[in-house]
Design a protein around this ligand. Structure first.
Ligand code: SF4
Ligand code: SF4
Length: 108
């Protein structure tokens, strides 16, 4: 007779950002999280804490043996929770206006 524990399966999954009634929440972001990939250990704490959730580990990326953490900026609302929770302190919250300055320079 099979042991009851053999039938017990635990399934976990991460929900993915999707187009909803709130639209692309990244449109109203004022701070952008930027990861220092050199310091990142791929612990995925940020993935767990992101409320959207719009951070994931891209295991296909070959720049590191564990892959690369990527942020979907279409849905990142800039709350900063990932930066607060990162044990390596390798996520900086940068004002969006800083990126606008860079884009303006590129247009010239
Ligand atoms: S919490 Fe920090 S160190 Fe961990 S995966 Fe995210 S960015 Fe990398
Ligand atoms: S700033 Fe907030 S919404 Fe954006 S990636 Fe970090 S935790 Fe997620």
């Amino acid at each position: 007779m099979p042991d009851a524990k053999d039938d017990f399966k635990v399934e976990t999954w991460n929900s993915k950002p999707a187009k909803g009634s709130a639209g692309k929440t990244g449109l109203w972001r004022t701070f952008r999280p930027v990861i220092n990939h050199e310091k990142c250990t791929r612990c995925e704490i940020c993935v767990l804490f992101c409320p959207e959730p719009c951070i994931e580990l891209d295991q296909e990326d070959k720049s590191h043996k564990k892959g690369k953490i990527i942020i979907d900026y279409d849905y990142c609302k800039g709350c900063g929770i990932c930066a607060n929770e990162c044990p390596q302190h390798c996520i900086d919250m940068i004002k969006e206006t800083e990126f606008l300055k860079d884009e303006e320079k590129e247009d010239k």
